[in-house]
Design a protein around this ligand. Structure first.
Ligand SMILES: *[C@@H]1O[C@H](CO)[C@@H](O)[C@H](O)[C@H]1NC(C)=O
Ligand SMILES: *[C@@H]1O[C@H](CO)[C@@H](O)[C@H](O)[C@H]1NC(C)=O
Length: 302
């Protein structure tokens, strides 16, 4: 009887020491700058992990130098008086965080969201979860009657489905600025990725078509690719649609700071994650939706 109890205690103490050791070791490793590896890559990894740790607000893991903190062109404020709420609709991975960032820079107003993403809340979007006319636009990825009914206008941000789905795959495994590792595409012999593409393509179509056909308020459609290629003009068109007057120097400042921290740097996979069959489906659906958009773009609705 006694012997068993002693054994039990020894085991408990060993276990405790082991856990304490693991904790101390991991804390030390996490604080150490990672200097190994080839310079550029590890720099980038370090930068991502720093932003990510900061993003999740883990105490003790905050960067000593907050190099990732956003510099705003002007102090952000709520809209006063409030305006009728405007939706910023997009399928995930279409660049809506970047567009929100650009709009906040250019107008000086907060943008909101129907979601409460803690990382965004702590990093430049304190009006996350505000979904009324006190904010410039309200982010939503939802579609259907309930999703549409609180809004009186909508900006629909559309990105080619292949790129958007891949960006969403990156976000789900790497956060707002991270990446999915190449083996994630190969999980369960590629079936996981294949199902992901099938499901997401369907919701890409639903989101865009539902807002296009069923939303009755004024709608301004913009393409992510247009935002990249012709930022000034596209951003101006959104601001005009929102009926906001913007100071020219603020707008210039926004353009100068267009990169922000919410744009994934390009990272090229050494393989194409889309099979020929997937590409064919992506193209078919994309063509159908883009045709609907072009037919919709009549002066009365734009
Ligand atoms: C908008 O929502 C926020 C947060 O829920 C609230 O504090 C604010 O008063 C609301 N503004 C209007 C105009 O309803
Ligand atoms: C538009 O609304 C109708 C009726 O609510 C719905 O059946 C249809 O699926 C919607 N269209 C799209 C493209 O989602």
């Amino acid at each position: 009887m006694h012997v068993t109890r002693v054994r039990y205690w020894i085991l408990a103490i060993l276990l405790f020491l082991y856990l304490a050791g693991v904790l101390i070791l991991s804390a030390v490793t996490l604080h150490e700058p990672r200097n190994s590896g080839n310079g550029k890559q590890s720099d980038r990894v370090q930068q991502y992990s720093r932003i990510k740790n900061y993003e999740y607000g883990i105490p003790g893991l905050r960067p000593p130098l907050r190099r990732s903190k956003i510099q705003w062109c002007s102090e952000l404020k709520y809209m006063d008086p409030p305006k009728p709420p405007v939706a910023l609709v997009s399928f995930p991975g279409s660049g809506n965080t970047w567009l929100r960032y650009l709009l906040q820079q250019a107008t000086g107003y907060f943008t909101g969201s129907i979601y409460k993403d803690y990382g965004l809340l702590k990093n430049g979007f304190p009006a996350e979860y505000v979904s009324n006319g006190s904010v410039l636009v309200v982010k939503t990825h939802e579609w259907g009657q309930d999703a549409r009914k609180i809004f009186s206008k909508a900006v629909l941000l559309v990105r080619a489905p292949g790129a958007a789905i891949q960006a969403e795959f990156n976000r789900q495994s790497g956060g707002h600025i991270g990446f999915a590792s190449p083996d994630r595409y190969k999980r369960t012999k590629g079936k996981y990725w294949q199902q992901f593409v099938t499901d997401k393509l369907e919701s890409w179509k639903q989101t865009n078509l539902d807002w296009l056909y069923n939303f009755t308020g004024p709608t301004h459609v913009i393409f992510y690719e247009q935002l990249v290629d012709n930022l000034e003009h596209t951003l101006k068109s959104i601001i005009e649609f929102l009926d906001i007057s913007v100071d020219a120097s603020l707008f210039r400042c926004a353009i100068e700071r267009k990169e922000g921290i919410y744009r994934r740097k390009r990272r090229v996979l050494n393989f194409d994650p889309y099979t020929e069959d997937m590409k064919k489906k992506l193209e078919d659906v994309q063509q159908k939706v883009y045709e609907a958009i072009y037919n919709f773009a009549t002066p009365s609705k734009r």
